[in-house]
Design a protein around this ligand. Structure first.
Ligand code: R1P
Ligand code: URA
Length: 293
């Protein structure tokens, strides 16, 4: 095996990975990702103690403990392109030896949980509720740059989705991946479950019209009414397909949790999104801190 070149695996003078500015020992085996850098302290204020605080660009990391459980919380910023950076760098921190620049013979699997905001696509999932994503369906294209293999059921679901929405002939090549069952099973009470659709934008790609016309005005209706067996689309956001797709390829256990701030069917928005996110963080940390890993 050849060492990975300096241009591909970029390590700074502190011995830390390029964008996250983290050294391997500064990352915990359980990682919470949040889009908003200001949300990092809203998570770490629940830690019993914080031992590492790093910041570079939009990537803020706090690592600490709740009881005996070591956790890191990392801000990703918005969108799948940022997830490409964060996930490749998180994986490098645990699975590449920075000294030799070689992939470790024994690979480690991180537990990674997104805590983000989202828009509901169903009338029965109101603002101020929570969603745990069983699957993520990507309209963003990131995983089309990797070799994500779809299984037979995934291919059948995608075919049905493409026939129903026509998005594959208009804008993208949709892909799908699932949550880690070992994490999802703990987020049933208090959480709606469904397929999350991940978009490469907040406005046009999520069917929002301000001043610009959009190519697919029926997008919301098509997504809301889509059914495949018992599966339906619960919500829209901007990271989960990249998290589930890269997590699957890299061998990490991933789950995406969303606080519903908008309902696109009822056309409503939460009156207090911060309090809602705070409730989701507190509740989810209570569950996570009891899990092994
Ligand atoms: C858009 O407002 C952002 O909010 C959602 C979307 O995925 C996107 O990142 O998540 P966060 O609240 O975690 O940023
Ligand atoms: N985040 C999104 O991406 N969409 C919404 O509607 C709300 C939050």
């Amino acid at each position: 095996m050849q060492p990975i070149a300096e241009s591909e695996l970029i390590i700074n003078a502190r011995g830390a990975i390029y964008h996250l500015d983290l050294r391997p020992e500064e990352l915990a085996p359980t990682v919470i990702t949040v889009g908003d850098p200001h949300r990092v302290k809203e998570v770490s204020k629940h830690f019993d103690r914080i031992e590492v605080q790093r910041e570079h660009r939009e990537f803020i990391t706090h690592t600490g403990y709740i009881g005996a459980k070591r956790l890191s919380v990392v801000s990703t910023g918005i969108g799948p392109d940022n997830i490409d950076i964060v996930f490749n760098e998180l994986d490098a921190l645990v699975n590449i030896d920075f000294g030799t620049r070689l992939i470790r013979p024994e690979l480690s699997s991180l537990q990674i949980v997104r805590m983000g905001t989202s828009g509901s696509l169903q009338a029965h999932i109101p603002v101020d509720s929570f969603v745990a994503s069983t699957h993520a369906l990507g309209l963003d294209n990131l995983l089309n740059y990797y070799r994500l293999e779809q299984n037979m059921e995934e291919n059948a679901l995608l075919q049905s989705f493409n026939t129903h929405t026509g998005l594959n002939t208009q804008v993208t090549n949709p892909y799908i991946s699932g949550a880690a069952p070992s994490l999802l099973k703990h987020f049933v009470a208090e959480f709606h479950q469904g397929i999350t659709v991940t978009c490469p934008g907040f406005y046009g790609p999520q069917g929002r019209v301000l001043r610009l016309g959009i190519r697919n005005p029926a997008l919301i209706d098509r997504l809301t009414e889509f059914r495949y067996g018992n599966h339906f689309i619960s919500n829209f956001e901007m990271e989960t397909s990249a998290i589930y797709g890269l997590g699957r390829l890299l061998g990490h256990q991933c789950l995406s949790l969303s606080a519903i701030v908008a309902n696109r069917v009822a056309r409503t928005f939460s009156k207090d999104g911060n309090a809602l996110v705070e409730r989701m963080i507190e509740h989810s940390l209570g569950i996570l801190s009891t899990l092994p890993g």
